[in-house]
Design a protein around this ligand. Structure first.
Ligand SMILES: NC(=O)c1ccc[n+]([C@@H]2O[C@H](COP(=O)([O-])OP(=O)(O)OC[C@H]3O[C@@H](n4cnc5c(N)ncnc54)[C@H](O)[C@@H]3O)[C@@H](O)[C@H]2O)c1
Ligand SMILES: O=C(O)[C@H](O)COP(=O)(O)O
Length: 398
């Protein structure tokens, strides 16, 4: 490990409450400084970062969670800031809440509990009132019903597999499903060839896709019209996946029987038959710890070695730190960049011990380990020389 790196205390800023076990990953070479104007890295949950300006020291943002729609990812990419998330770290927590909500809504549990509480003060009459009143809350069983799962990623796949265990028929739609997830998915999960097919066949629909320009408003007047009457919809992904005006209308007409959403707002709370939860999907002790530890480890690894794991905007790139000095370079994905960087290094008669280059879209990332001891003056000069090459975004000497 390079000494100049570990000797400089790095500032980590948090924008939400981050589990202590995650913050402990940052050892004495780091300081958690939430007042810092120019931190080395930021750890965040749902805080909306779109209006933020970033200091010139900022190298990484880690989302302790899945969704990154609260982070200006394109702006970060332009500025050479790596954005990480923690894939799968909160998936079990969300799955458990989805299945809880599915069953609780089917059995009218929320309405039933609220009604029973209104009986307080009726003393000995309560048991009689309960027996007479329970008919208002007759529910339906999920066994044998069809659950449509849109998005078979970390969360959707867990929901699909467990719903099979609960004796539901499950149909899934995900045109971009990963090979890893496909291996883990129960063979009983049927594949919908189109979203329209899933809409037509499902008694319950649960959505587990990221919010992007492609998925925004995917639940709308047109798609509702393809669904069965009295379908129940669960949205533990993002509120903006649903057109709220259209949802209010189909809840009013009864086309949609119930809408369970983790993303309440003024419009949502006015809807009939809505079951709003306060963005609780990832809020378990276990999930908060998983996400915080994973986020912190990824940031630490990146700051100390330049290795990138689980980035949403840069290519995943990692090699063991084998040399005596490491050069990491973000650059445009154009011909001869690696050649120009290695020539700059060989101009100082330095020998390359190992290197890796990965690209993602228009950008690429190169890590080069140098086999020689490089003094501070050469380090600075080499950094400046590489920075002057056309197409370079950022350079770090570690
Ligand atoms: N309520 C909460 O607290 C909570 C917690 C975690 C995640 N989330 C939300 O859930 C989303 C999913 O989380 P995840 O961990 O499963 O993410 P993931 O990346 O593992 O899975 C997302 C899946 O959606 C698929 N997909 C993308 N576009 C699609 C489309 N148009 N149609 C069908 N499938 C599509 C992808 O191929 C991927 O398999 C997150 O992006 C986040 O917005 C909410
Ligand atoms: O995308 C996510 O991971 C969830 O929405 C969780 O958000 P939270 O970390 O703010 O609970």
């Amino acid at each position: 490990m390079n000494t100049t790196v570990v000797n400089k205390v790095k500032a980590i800023k948090t924008l939400n409450s981050i589990a202590e076990s995650g913050l402990k990953v940052f050892d004495s070479h780091y300081t958690i400084d939430n007042d810092s104007e120019n931190p080395d890295a930021i750890v965040v949950r749902s805080f909306n970062m779109h209006a933020m300006e970033f200091g010139n020291q900022l190298k990484a943002i880690a989302r302790a969670g899945a969704g990154v729609n609260n982070i200006p990812v394109d702006k970060c990419t332009e500025q050479g800031i790596v954005v990480f998330n923690t894939p799968g770290a909160n998936a079990n927590a969300v799955k458990e809440l989805v299945l809880t909500s599915l069953m609780a809504a089917s059995r009218n549990l929320f309405d039933g509990v609220s009604w029973v509480k209104t009986l307080e003060g009726e003393g000995a009459q309560i048991p009689k009132r309960v027996e007479a009143g329970k008919k208002q809350f007759v529910g339906k069983e999920i066994k044998g019903k069809t659950l449509g799962v849109i998005g078979l990623g970390a969360i959707g796949a867990l929901v699909a597999n467990d719903a099979i265990e609960l004796d539901m028929d499950v149909i899934g739609f995900d045109p971009f499903i990963s090979v890893d997830i496909a291996w883990k998915l129960s063979r009983k999960v049927q594949r919908a060839m189109t979203m329209e097919q899933l809409f037509a066949e499902s008694d319950y629909i649960t959505v587990h896709v990221p919010l992007t320009e492609d998925t925004r408003g995917m639940f709308n007047e047109e798609t509702f019209s393809l669904m069965k009457d009295d379908v129940y919809i669960l949205n533990f992904s993002r509120g903006e996946l649903v057109n709220e005006t259209d949802m209010a209308a189909v809840l009013e007409s009864g086309k949609v029987g119930k809408y369970m959403t983790d993303f309440p707002n003024e419009n949502v709370l006015k809807m009939k038959n809505v079951i709003p939860t306060p963005h609780l999907g990832a809020s378990t002790v276990e999930s908060e710890e998983n996400c915080a530890i994973m986020a912190a480890r990824q940031v630490k690894e990146y700051l100390e070695t330049g290795n990138i794991k689980n980035s949403v905007n840069f290519p995943n790139t990692a090699i063991p730190y084998t040399g005596k000095k490491r050069v990491t370079v973000f650059h445009k994905n154009i011909p001869n960049m690696v050649g120009k960087i290695t020539s700059a290094i060989s101009n100082y008669h330095l020998n390359i011990a190992d290197m890796v280059n990965r690209s993602r879209g228009d950008l690429a990332y190169t890590i080069i380990d140098i086999d020689n001891i490089v003094d501070d003056e050469i380090t600075l000069n080499l950094e400046q020389n590489i920075n002057q090459i056309e197409g370079i975004v950022t350079v770090r000497m570690i």
